[in-house]
Design a protein around this ligand. Sequence first.
Ligand SMILES: Nc1ncnc2c1ncn2[C@@H]1O[C@H](COP(=O)(O)OP(=O)(O)OP(=O)(O)O)[C@@H](O)[C@H]1O
Length: 245
Amino acid sequence: MALAAKPYLQRITALFGAEVDWDSHPYNVPAVQALESIDFHADVTFFIGENGAGKSTVLEAIALALGFSLDGGNFNVSRLNSAQEQAPLVRALRLQKSFKFPQDRYFLRAETFHHVASFLDAANDRTSSSKASLHTRSHGEAFMDVMLGRLTGKGLYLLDEPEAALSPNRQLAALRLIHQLVQDQSQFIIATHSPILLAYPNAKILLFDDTGITEVAYEDTEHYAITRDFLNHYPRRLAQLFAPE
Ligand SMILES: Nc1ncnc2c1ncn2[C@@H]1O[C@H](COP(=O)(O)OP(=O)(O)OP(=O)(O)O)[C@@H](O)[C@H]1O
């Protein structure tokens, strides 16, 4: 049987040393405390969970361990970002990778997208569909430009809440793009709250919560259940929400 190129990132294992202070960030986050290992799906792995559950903390540590900048972007941004601050969790992570390197890599974060856009403008790296400065585009347009224009396939892509900038319609477009890139030998690891993105077929969905990190089925996620219930019954749910105590 031929060896599979994907997943490029197969597994992370956390080895915590005796020096770890479990009372301080990031080790006081329950999902980090419970982190032993994560096996990634060859196509798409999602990190989900409440705000503050630790999704970005773990995704960021993986990104840094892979050589990305904290700000995100590709490896060019990483190399030119000398102010790289090493997150402590990185030191605990061991990465198990495929024999094959991805041809493309990108760490896309809504939070720091402004910095990456500035870097790309300064480098005059305007390969986006608009060919314009990313700063003259809306947040969502610029985010979509990066996804459409810079993710070139056969890649390993880490996305942190990509939906933050995207309309529901653009989230559908992002889903289609993710599918095209998966079919072109790409792997995604995505932290998200979007019930639209989470619908990606056969993805591995990992729920971060107080008990640790567990795999869940799409229709068992709160994202699916709450959104579906609210949209189907929103007048009643609004009345319940706004009722006096
Ligand atoms: N630099 C920091 N110093 C101390 N605590 C931090 C720091 N960054 C994050 N935290 C805390 O760590 C916890 C996990 O944060 P993280 O950003 O990983 O959550 P998240 O699951 O990505 O949340 P969200 O869905 O809101 O983005 C939170 O309680 C947060 O307040």
